[in-house]
Design a protein around this ligand. Structure first.
Ligand code: HAX
Length: 439
């Protein structure tokens, strides 16, 4: 087998940490880190610390940091493809895995490893070809990942008999194989669903994101640049979001990377999570239609937002369970739009919506965050470069999200994290607690 410097380095970085962690828990395990309220339990455990994720940490006011680095810092400091100004996603994966910024050579190693492992077995394509063309792309994506589970190195090794200390090794193989194959699978779903099944072979000379754009059918430089940014900023958002938490939870039962990641993708496919990116562009197109296709005024946008809420719907792309300020991932996309496509109509509407919506949502007491999240912008950028099949957008998100949640899953196995099993109570139990607290 070819030597794999990334695997060797990960073992050096991660394995000593497992023993360190055991000692830390032994010495500090009784230290209390917080308390929580009945409301928090009923509101989806918001703000309760209940898990450890090494790859990134979300600050409500500032936004996400990956191993301590913010999005603007990473756009500046991560290695780039020749002539490009946006980072290569291979770099952020390396950072999440090793905890340090990669060199250009490190990024090249990751790129080469993924290119080498990217072959997708024919039965996966055959399975996809048997599905109805109008099956949502996210469902196709999840099914393809599940079919690929047949290839799991972890599942096969576990069946043969595997010591706990060795779990990380076959998990590394699964994580790298799965990430390597996802662009091909996603592109296949796109081309079979929207491009009459005319598929495009991968180009091993291209980096991971550029090759993905190529297989989707977008060979122009601008879409490749957008894809590198897109696939970098969607990777991770600490551990508690639905897709990351689900991947971690399912993985905690020692389900392999395929089973765990497919579960995470089923969560990403929900409209309050990743599907919001397609909902946003649908909402913008509906808004334009409502005003006969013209660019709406701010007053018209205001009225349409009120109508959306009067109809009992959420304004997609706005609000967040943790963030309390504009999402830096939204800002990165807005800067991209203003720099490269300042005249794009949908992007201009997105920017007008950004002026109109926060003051409205700020006036509604129950809404905790009136600001845009990552999904408020991405669709308008993709549409500009010709990808107008918005049902596919969450698949792009999923390909990127794999890098964060699978890096975390690998850390989970290296650190020996146990099966997750939070306590749960009945409402009667809660009521008794409340009574006890008041007497
Ligand atoms: N429009 C209208 N109402 C909203 C709202 C919005 N954008 N955001 C929150 N609210 C409402 C909630 O529906 C909730 O109402 P009820 O009490 O009647 O149920 C109330 O305000 C309190 O919600 P919150 O505490 O501020 O927010 P939550 O943590 O419960 O929910 C959500 C966070 C992101 C799910 C929410 O803001 C939302 O539905 N936003 C629109 C959908 C969206 O953009 N999702 C993508 C989020 C980012 C992400 O994960 N991307 O993948």
């Amino acid at each position: 087998m070819k030597s794999d410097k990334i695997k060797e380095k990960f073992a050096k970085v991660a394995l000593p940490k497992a023993a360190e962690l055991k000692d830390f828990i032994k010495e500090n395990g009784n230290h209390v880190i917080g308390s929580y309220t009945i409301e928090q339990v009923y509101s989806g455990m918001k703000g309760m610390v209940g898990m450890v994720t090494e790859t990134s940490k979300l600050d409500p006011e500032e936004g996400i940091r990956f191993r301590g680095y913010s999005i603007p810092e990473l756009r500046d400091q991560l290695p780039k493809a020749t002539g490009d100004s946006e980072p290569l996603p291979e770099g952020i994966f390396y950072l999440m895995l090793m905890g340090e910024l990669p060199t250009e050579d490190d990024v090249l190693q990751v790129s080469n490893i993924w290119a080498r492992r990217s072959n997708v077995p024919k039965f996966v394509f055959d399975m996809l070809d048997s599905l109805p063309l109008n099956l949502h792309p996210m469902t196709q994506f999840s099914m393809a990942i599940m079919a690929l589970q047949k290839e799991s190195v972890f599942a096969a090794a576990y069946r043969k008999g595997l010591s706990k200390k060795e779990y990380w090794d076959p998990m590394y193989e699964d994580v790298m194989n799965l990430i390597a194959r996802l662009p091909r699978i996603a592109a296949y779903i796109y081309r079979r669903t929207y491009k009459n099944g005319v598929h495009i072979e991968p180009d091993a000379k291209l980096d991971w994101a550029a090759n993905f754009a190529h297989m989707l059918g977008y060979d122009d430089y601008d879409m490749k640049r957008l894809m590198r940014l897109y696939l970098t900023i969607h990777v991770d958002h600490e551990g508690g979001n639905v897709s990351a938490h689900t991947t971690h939870l399912v993985g905690s039962a020692l389900s392999d990377a395929y089973l765990s990641f497919a579960a995470g993708m089923n969560g990403l496919a929900g409209p309050l999570h990743g599907l919001a990116n397609q909902e946003v562009i649908r909402w913008i197109l509906d808004l334009r239609n409502y005003y006969d296709g013209a660019v709406p005024t701010k007053e018209q946008i205001h009225d349409y937002v009120m109508k959306t809420m009067d109809d009992g719907k959420v304004v997609p792309g706005y609000g967040h369970a943790v963030l309390r300020k504009t999402d830096p991932r939204f800002i990165a996309q807005m800067e991209f739009a203003k720099k490269y496509i300042p005249d794009d109509v949908n992007c201009r509407i997105v920017h007008m919506v950004y002026e109109v919506v926060p003051p409205i949502l700020s006036n509604i007491k129950k809404i905790k965050n009136p600001w845009p999240n990552v999904d408020a912008h991405s669709g308008a950028l993709l549409m500009h470069y010709g990808m107008d099949e918005y049902d596919f957008y969450t698949v792009l998100f999923g390909v990127s999200r794999a890098l964060g949640v699978l890096a975390s899953l690998l850390w989970d196995r290296a650190l020996g994290h146990p099966i997750e099993r939070p306590g749960s109570v009945t409402s009667d139990w809660m009521k008794n607690q409340a009574v006890k607290a008041t007497v």
